[in-house]
Design a protein around this ligand. Structure first.
Ligand code: HEC
Ligand code: HEC
Length: 334
């Protein structure tokens, strides 16, 4: 990073972050905000996890979202500059962790949690000395591998110990799976993997009138409009273009997982209605994957298509519901 960029990022940090995370990123200045200078966090969390935490915040905790698309003060370029700066201050390489779920014995994990974790993270994962690791907004959008990395390696310079010497591999996998099983609320007993909707259920509310909303810049729909037309039960198709493991973690109810990298796109297009039914497409980032699918659809003559402007991260941060496994959580957290 050049001198000017470094200075601008450092100034943003002091202005927006130091209040809680400390003048030197050490954490715990206010609200038990975690350290932003542990090597463990940077290695496992850069860039995606950290970007998402800063852009969209953690609903139900003091960590707010700073992205201008959800009402924050920072635009995309400011955000990237800030998280690059955070990483440069720590000066480590990051690891590409897998997206696949970690499988483990949830019952064993529950015991491990009660014995080793509840003392710092709270009986119900509500947070205490350590962060709220039972927070559905955090869990819904954080990968298993990221959680497991924190458990195995701890967070250097903080109270979070490394458990790789005190717990067995089965216990670490178990407690990771246990945390994942709480994705839709602490009371849920078991995660249920869903199968994608069959082709004849792609169209939601097939007998209802089409949705009414303003298409932004010829291509986008705002979260508030999508939420409204879903509640009005209008006729539409909803496509989730992320990797399907993310669809399993949290998705907008009724969506069909069609990953952006799907090879035979003509095969996909064949299953979509050609009668002018609206097709709404979303992804995570917040739009790149959805836009690529939107392009392929329009290329094939689909006219009524729209990309969700804020992406699913923005959708969650704005408090709209996602479904996980078989149950809906409304986003209204304690
Ligand atoms: C009002 C206090 C507050 C402010 C201001 C704040 N944060 Fe946070 N931040 C928190 C808390 C509390 C958490 C932990 C939330 C939880 O329990 O999951 C957090 C979590 C995070 C995380 C996730 C870390 C992890 O271990 O997973 C990152 C990254 C982060 N904040 C970066 C920032 C940046 C960058 C800024 C400034 C743009 C900022 N925060 C401003 C309180 C704050
Ligand atoms: C002595 C207190 C303590 C104990 C015991 C403890 N933790 Fe932590 N944990 C923390 C703190 C403090 C942090 C945040 C550290 C930081 O500043 O990055 C943390 C962070 C984490 C994170 C990362 C959360 C995030 O938002 O990025 C996970 C996951 C986690 N702990 C899981 C566990 C599990 C599972 C156990 C039990 C096997 C456990 N912890 C035991 C204190 C503790």
């Amino acid at each position: 990073m050049g001198e000017e960029e470094t200075a601008a990022a450092a100034a943003d940090y002091q202005k927006y972050c130091s209040l809680c995370h400390g003048a030197d990123r050490e954490g715990y200045a206010n609200d038990e905000a975690p350290s932003l200078r542990s090597e463990s966090l940077m290695r496992s969390g850069y860039p995606t996890h950290i970007l998402h935490a800063v852009a969209y915040g953690r609903r139900g905790t003091p960590m707010g979202g700073y992205f201008d698309e959800i009402g924050g003060p920072l635009n995309r370029a400011d955000l990237y500059r800030l998280i690059r700066w955070l990483k440069e201050q720590v000066g480590v390489d990051f690891i590409d962790l897998p997206l696949e779920p970690v499988s483990g014995d949830v019952e064993l994990g529950r015991e491990v949690y009660e014995i080793h974790c509840a003392v710092c993270h709270g009986d119900n994962g509500e947070g205490d000395v350590g962060p709220a690791i039972g927070n559905p907004a955090m869990l819904a959008l954080t990968t298993d591998a990221f959680l497991k990395y924190a458990i195995e390696h701890g967070r250097d310079g903080t109270q979070m110990p490394s458990f790789s010497d005190t717990l067995t591999v089965d216990e670490i996998n178990g407690v990771t799976a246990f945390l994942r099983s709480r994705s839709s609320g602490w009371a849920v007993e078991k995660p249920i993997l869903r199968s994608p909707p069959p082709v004849d259920e792609y169209v939601l509310n097939p007998n209802s009138p089409p949705p009414e909303f303003e298409l932004k810049d010829g291509a986008y729909i705002l979260s508030e409009d999508l939420d409204r037309i879903l509640r009005e039960e209008r006729r539409l198709v909803l496509l989730d273009t992320r990797v399907p493991s993310m669809w399993q973690m949290a998705n907008i109810e009724g969506s069909v997982p069609i990953p952006y990298y799907t090879g035979n796109f003509d095969g996909v297009a064949k299953d979509l209605p050609r009668d002018g039914t609206w097709i709404v497409i979303y992804c995570e980032c917040p739009r790149a994957a959805a836009e690529s699918v939107n392009f392929k659809l329009r290329e094939r003559g689909f006219k009524n298509t729209a990309v969700l402007w804020e992406g699913i991260q923005g959708w969650v941060a704005l408090g709209y519901p996602v479904s996980v496994g078989e149950s809906l959580w409304s986003g209204s957290l304690p």
